[in-house]
Ligand binder design. Sequence first.
Ligand code: MN
Length: 401
Amino acid sequence: MVAHNVTILTEEVIRLNKIMRLNRKTHILGKTSVNNFLKNYWQKKPLLIKNAIANFVSPVTASDLFTIAQNEEAISRLIEHKQGIWQVKYGPFKRSDLLKKTNIPWTILVQNINHYLPFAESFLNLFKFIPYARLDDLMISYATKKGSVGPHFDSYDVFLFQAQGVREWKISDQKKFTLDKKSPIKIITNFKSKNSWLLKPGDMLYLPPNIGHWGISQSDDCLTYSIGFRAPGTFEIQSNFLDFIQDHLITNVNEIYKDPNLTLQKNPAEISSNMTKSIRGIVDRLRWDKSSINHFIGQFLSEPIESSIFEAQKPLSLKVFEKSLISKTLRLNPKARMLFIKNNFYVNGEYIKIDKKYTPYLKCLANDREISLESTLNKKDLSALGIILLPLYLSGFVGFI
Ligand SMILES: [Mn+2]
């Protein structure tokens, strides 16, 4: 695991965690209230927040980022702009790839930092005013002076938090863009800047989808955190739903088409109306209701990202597991997604069947991503919770701190 190699100042993490826990409702949006943000900005228009976190010092360093970029599982990109040509290389990288001295401005972007650094997971807590089902990940980019990924637009909402150094952000109000067809990355060729801001450590810019933007590092130590959101496509929802229906068919596999009342047809190649009617009847027997659609939604939205690997744990007796449950804090694996619809819970695309009585505990685990059970919990409830949680533990979806 890469996390062991990453040097993070523990005190700094604790200090930041305190700021974030105490002020998480209002802090990160500055003077803008959450309700005002959702009503007037979310998915609608950009918002610049100066001093979203005052006196911010990034606990994540460029060196941490380079360490993560060496991990096989990590998703990273290195972008350079050489003599008018954009070049992109994909990770994993070697440390030597990143430490080379060059006069050409460059930038590296590493996704899913919250899977590797506990600090990054805590940092995402500041964005709890947006549902987890919409949250994608924390990406961190490092850039040398003039480093950039060029003028472009994204299909998703993003918060761009300046963590270290200075970055200039130019944004446009254009509706139509022309793209550079030769470039390996999405580059707008007719970009016209409408606003330009210098973001210093602790400043943040929110951008809704499809806003042209261009961030250019103004220093050799530029670190930008991108809090990205996800939104499933309509085609993706529909095709995944059809797969779900297929996986959940309750049909007698031995039942076959019958025609005991067959009569002589004039054209043997013709499919008769009797036959089309009979098969239409079979298709019409496919049924789904609100509850099966909800199960689909829960499973679909809680699917972890494709590259996630969960390590299975060594078998453990329920008794030993129960002991840990009341003495330690159980937390979700940073890569795990846990969501719920009313009293139905979904972890990493799996439906977790539970007695209604235990929903408050599971809601706590889903919302806070961790739970500490009290030792005063009675034996029956402890054992019931153990039976629910042990399979999640064995799959590596939850673990003890
Ligand atoms: Mn972007």
